[in-house]
Design a protein around this ligand. Sequence first.
Ligand code: PLP
Length: 384
Amino acid sequence: MSEMKVYADHAATTKLDPGAFDAMKPFLLEEYGNASQPYSFARSARAALKEARRTIADCIGASPEEIFFTSGGTEGDNWAIKSIAMSGTALARNRVVTSAIEHHAVLRSCGAIEREGHPVAYLSPDGEGVVSCRVLENSIGGDTALVSIMYANNEMGTIQPIRELAEIAHRHGALFHTDAVQAAGHIPVDVRKSGVDLLSASAHKFNGPKGTGFLYIKNEVRNGSRILPYQDGGAQESGLRAGTENIAGIVGMSEALRISCAEMEERAGHLARLEEEFLGRLRGHGLDFRRNGAGAAYGRIPGNISVSFRGASGEALMHRLDLMGVCVSTGSACDSNSTELSHVLRAIQAPPEYAYGTIRVSLGYENTAGQAAYIAGCIAKILS
Ligand code: PLP
């Protein structure tokens, strides 16, 4: 086992920001009142909830009442897709259009509504992992309730033309949801500018605590009765998502998002330099590789690098790197039990001689140029 430890799987999860941790502590140890109780001891929990909702809304250009706290990205995706598909039935719109490269939280939610009789179209991306407007135009119709396309892909970081896709959905009378789990806190996300109706995000992807997230639901969607309660019980989250709020988690998430947005530009610059260092070193070692999504028309999430090495095994590479103290993932870490080629690599038709040798190196702002060079050096050693 190596002494050197390099965590390079930030698309899977991130370390809690110390500032977020500090903000959380009082709500775990001292101010632990139930925000729904009317007495004064619960006042600070209530105030913190209100403040966190405002902070998150400000970070994404929303109004506070449009932010609904969830347990993470998976819940937000399930809620948005199942709810809008169901409410669409009464409007003779029961179809959902999504893409073949979505996270399983979206794909399996779509599978569930298909079993309930809702037709679902899975759009193919181009070879760079981008869903084009033309492909959506060819698939959408007057029977479409919802279009759900991820803001950025988790395996390659490729960013989608969200504003343009949302515009097409609206032109056909459909609502637009985006899974922004990989985008929020990493690139500028503005719900008004992008025109999305629903957006899901997850705190642990931007240095917030695990098990906390939010779903943005545009006021018009709620007022039009298109969103159905996710779970029934108490009156929390305007009666749409019952259950005592996780105040510490919510406060940690809002502080982590605030810090991520404030530091975004600086971190993106640092990550771009690390990417250059890593890829330059790989080339310097004379390795035969391709970067997936390299030519993505709308760019990629900073630090997310999917690389495929000719004739290699991504699985073996990941385990050998682990022994050298380096954490990376093969394909998507959310489905690490599978040795099959990922659905994303299949969808972009990655050449098989490279595709099986794929790893995802996702760097974070705490990684250094020395660590990027070390990872490349380890890969070269393993492959030689
Ligand atoms: N959507 C995307 C794009 C993701 O990358 C992930 C997690 O990796 C999720 C959804 C699920 O988020 P959570 O772990 O918060 O449930």
